[in-house]
Write a protein that binds this ligand. Sequence first.
Ligand SMILES: Cc1cc2nc3c(=O)[nH]c(=O)nc-3n(C[C@H](O)[C@H](O)[C@H](O)COP(=O)(O)O)c2cc1C
Length: 188
Amino acid sequence: MKKITLNNDFYLPMPVTLVGMKVKGKPNFCAVGWITRVNYKPAMIAVALYKTHYSPAGIKENKTFSICIPGADLVKQADYCGIASGKRADKSKLFTIFYGKTKTAPMIKECPINIECKLYKTVDLPDDYLFIGKVISIYADRKYLTNGKVDYKKINSFIYTIPEGIYSKLGKKIGDAYSIGRTLGKKQ
Ligand SMILES: Cc1cc2nc3c(=O)[nH]c(=O)nc-3n(C[C@H](O)[C@H](O)[C@H](O)COP(=O)(O)O)c2cc1C
């Protein structure tokens, strides 16, 4: 069957995270979907932020940021952090804030998982800064773990999809990773 071509303005399904940083001495949180792990050891995570947002200046100033993973119970607050700008709104009032080793990366107590990062590198892209952070510490509530490991079912985390523009819960299991493919042959 012949394929049709689509508009290049295309988005993969995105995890919904809240990235925290101090801007001018005050905590700020930004909803972020453009985020991914980018290095194995040490663990590094990259976050793409639009240059004109309020948040980038804070990351550049303190060289730290946090990544907080909200559960579905925080969908309204997470969405608000993607609507309101720290330029005019105090988004820190929505949450109970704590700090870890870096002292300058604000984290959200109500989020089941919190990751604090030190800025490793900033890539200057045409519209966005790609902030690559080295993971310093990860904090979790025990109740969201199974056998000591993060359990996304318990966390009830959600994704954001475009073009629908909706939030959805994670889907049902369809197979075991690094395993189901072995039915097609051995690792080589
Ligand atoms: C679900 C969701 C995901 C978003 N992902 C990003 C993102 O990855 N990068 C980005 O620059 N803006 C993203 N935004 C937009 C910012 O969160 C939004 O413009 C925010 O108000 C910026 O806050 P600030 O000005 O306080 O930095 C997203 C918004 C939503 C609702």
